[in-house]
Design a protein around this ligand. Sequence first.
Ligand SMILES: Cc1cc2nc3c(=O)[nH]c(=O)nc-3n(C[C@H](O)[C@H](O)[C@H](O)COP(=O)(O)OP(=O)(O)OC[C@H]3O[C@@H](n4cnc5c(N)ncnc54)[C@H](O)[C@@H]3O)c2cc1C
Length: 291
Amino acid sequence: MNPQESISLRDLCWYRIGGKARYYAEPESLPELESLLSWVHKEGLPRFLLGHGSNVLFADDGFAGLVIQTRKLNARRDLEAGVVEVEAGFPLPSLVKIANAHGWQGLEFFAGIPGTIGGAVWGNAGACGEQVGDRVSQVLLMEPGGPGRWVEGANLPWKYRCSGIEDRVVASVRLELSPGADPQQLKKKSTALEQQKRATQPYEPRSCGCIFRNPEGTSAGELIEKCGFKGLSIGGARISPIHANFIVNEKDACSDDIERLIKQVQRKVREQFQVDLIREVIMPGQQGGRR
Ligand SMILES: Cc1cc2nc3c(=O)[nH]c(=O)nc-3n(C[C@H](O)[C@H](O)[C@H](O)COP(=O)(O)OP(=O)(O)OC[C@H]3O[C@@H](n4cnc5c(N)ncnc54)[C@H](O)[C@@H]3O)c2cc1C
């Protein structure tokens, strides 16, 4: 497949921020994904795998390589009771609903987390002390120049918001859930959690979820709030008055507005609490890597 050229990244991520991708493609099958990875490798260009962009802040000057968006890789196969295989672009919220409706316990805590299963596995997304990685039995990982390889979930070095997958590409995922639960109970739990999230976090203005990881034993939001930064704004970006660990795109913010707020928060929290806040948001560099 031929990648498209000069595509705006703004409409492809939750933040609605970012310049253009030099090349952009939406593979429709795993062989297509494989050939795109070989092409970009041969061209010596940087690449970025994009799910729903719910945890990404693209740079104002865009991305000088190939952005591969996975939304058309969305096949699902139920292998046996509680065991499901989904391609990387399958939306996590739909998967939660399907698992709940089958009475397969294990994903109900992830209601209200936007994004794809590929992004969720890559970053070991989680909530309420539960992490997606706990439910992954196998991941089909791709690297350029070779076919995908199924890797046992148990062999990945899962940590808080980290799978260890790094530069490899999540093509497909097998999840092992616990069958036999009451679908109504699972749905009730998911609904309650989602309602609680929506009541305590800003959902409407554009964001990337939590901007910083929680430092061990404390909450980043609490430290930021204690600095008196709730509601602080730079340009079109604001630290949410609802939850201080969210920086929202309130009014046509650019990436630079958000980055300046991030740096200001990090400086102040370090000064006041001697704690280094680590970013949770992924900020692709224009030439690849991270900025
Ligand atoms: C309102 C809101 C609430 C949120 N709440 C939570 C929460 O409770 N818990 C939580 O953990 N997160 C939360 N998030 C953050 C975000 O939803 C998760 O990180 C989600 O898993 C990202 O999925 P995505 O498909 O959008 O990934 P993207 O944002 O598109 O990408 C995130 C990272 O994953 C990589 N990636 C994506 N797909 C692949 C792939 N197929 N192969 C390899 N790498 C890939 C990207 O390169 C990037 O580094 C929230 C975000 C928002 C906006």
